[in-house]
Design a protein around this ligand. Structure first.
Ligand SMILES: *Cc1c(COP(=O)(O)O)cnc(C)c1O
Length: 442
């Protein structure tokens, strides 16, 4: 402030009190008072006229409110949407104590891996399994526990990057194992692996087969299969990624017949073990349809070595992941995934049932047209696979307004229309979808 009378001016435009501003904001949003005070303080600190300050405070509060994680209606048609939390899964046990690491028969300490290990054994034929925070952690732990300071043979065609920054050469480096490239980008044969394994300088501890989940290579290509590598004298670890437990999908009980090729041709846990893999690593929240976690399954002696490694303590998930994972695995064993595991419910919905729902939505909102659509599996799984679907098409691009609505609807825009794809949306969200579209006005 100078001595030119601006003291007078600042008295006239005295900023609103922080408290009054926070109370005013409270009428617009339902977030804790302390956050409203923080936004008010920042708005006042930025200066300007009262109107500008109030406007900025509203903006800050709005930004904060939309940044809070919350439920949305997934009308994108992408069943496993990485930005929307991948697989939705049945919630269990929140707020209650559990037997996570408690042995009820002895009253002493138990293992958090035991129940999941038993269920995966029955579902896949693996001798044992342990759970970590995600599949990236599973691969890291396997390499650190079984190949620290030694060589790991990987085909040049499988030295891939998957999703946000999971890159095989970098994970390898962090694990303490040494990457030994074999073959070429497009063709790698059993002989290429054999040469590496037989070369003492390579000191190969294991072979890592990585499923290139999110892309396909066409043309003059060849990759060795697990069964061709199983008797080279070192364990074969197959990172299958997707978490398809069995390529014959017995848990669907024929609900999809014939099985689409994106299921039957996907490398699955049981078939990879049958082919001779010693360990399999996979995600819990892709085709398995469970919470975010990673699973290491296979030979008991190798699983135990991974479980005893010091990194295990840093990578172990909590009951918030293990309890719902157990719930999903029980559903597989009961063979009722089509009604109890949201991902498989989405996959098995008939086009006729989707059409019926679309008709009801259009009738209720009094606008929109019913169009055929293509859903995607998502999460980098089954790239290029389109699942027949049905959408309600609204004229124009209203995706932004839907996103900021209450409840938020995430839609996609194609050819100047906004598509609300019903395959990715649980039927019990249809009512909320109708409300959200009505709230758009016209
Ligand atoms: C998805 C995937 C990963 C990473 O799994 P996250 O659970 O996302 O950590 C690793 N390898 C393969 C083959 C995958 O498909």
């Amino acid at each position: 402030m100078g001595g030119d009378g601006s003291d007078d001016a600042s008295a006239r435009v005295r900023p609103p009190s922080i408290d009054a501003l926070a109370r005013r904001l409270a009428t617009a949003v339902d977030i804790p008072h302390a956050l409203l005070v923080d936004c008010s303080r920042r708005a006042v600190a930025a200066g300007g006229s009262t109107d500008e300050i109030v406007h900025r405070a509203h903006q800050l509060v709005g930004d904060l409110a939309t940044a809070l994680i919350g439920p949305v209606l997934n009308a994108t048609g992408v069943l496993l949407h990485t930005n929307l939390g991948r697989a939705p899964y049945p919630a269990t046990g929140a707020g209650s104590a559990s037997t996570l690491e408690f042995d009820r028969s002895s009253g002493g300490r138990g293992s958090r891996h035991r129940s999941v290990s038993e269920l995966i054994r029955v579902l896949t034929g693996a001798e044992a399994a342990i759970v970590v925070n995600n599949n990236a952690a599973a691969v890291l732990l396997v390499l650190a526990a079984l190949a620290d300071g030694r060589g790991v043979a990987v085909s040049r065609g499988e030295s891939v990057e998957i999703g946000g920054g999971f890159r095989i050469p970098e994970v390898m480096e962090r694990s303490g194992a040494r990457l030994v490239d074999v073959g070429t980008t497009n063709r790698t044969r059993v002989e290429d692996y054999r040469r590496a394994v037989d070369d003492p300088r390579s000191d190969i501890a294991l072979i890592l087969k990585v499923h290139p989940s999110n892309f396909t290579v066409e043309g003059f290509t060849e990759q060795a299969t697990v069964d061709g590598l199983a008797d080279l004298g070192v364990p074969v670890v197959a990172d299958v990624g997707s978490g398809l437990l069995d390529a014959t999908a017995p848990w669907l009980g024929g609900a999809l017949s014939p099985l689409p090729s994106w299921i039957s041709a996907e490398p699955a846990v049981r078939q990879s073990l049958d082919a001779g893999a010693s360990l399999i690593t996979f995600s819990g929240d892709k085709l398995l349809g469970g919470p975010q976690c990673g699973i290491i399954a296979g030979r008991r002696d190798l699983v135990d070595i991974c479980g005893r490694h010091p990194l295990m303590r840093a990578l172990r998930p909590g009951g918030h992941a293990i309890a719902p994972l157990q719930e999903v695995l029980l559903a597989y064993l009961r063979r009722d995934v089509a009604s109890t595991v949201p991902f498989w419910a989405m996959v098995t919905r008939s086009v006729a049932s989707l059409t019926e729902r679309a008709e009801a939505v259009v009738a209720a909102v009094g606008r929109g047209r019913i169009v055929t659509s293509s859903s995607l599996v998502g999460a980098g799984s089954a790239p290029g696979t389109a699942l027949p679907s049905v959408a309600v098409a609204l004229e124009g691009d209203v995706a932004g307004a839907l996103r900021l609505g209450d409840p938020p609807v995430i839609a996609r825009v194609e050819d100047g229309r906004t598509l609300l794809d019903l395959r990715s949306l649980p039927p019990d969200h249809d009512g909320a979808l109708v409300d959200a579209v009505r709230a758009l006005g016209r």
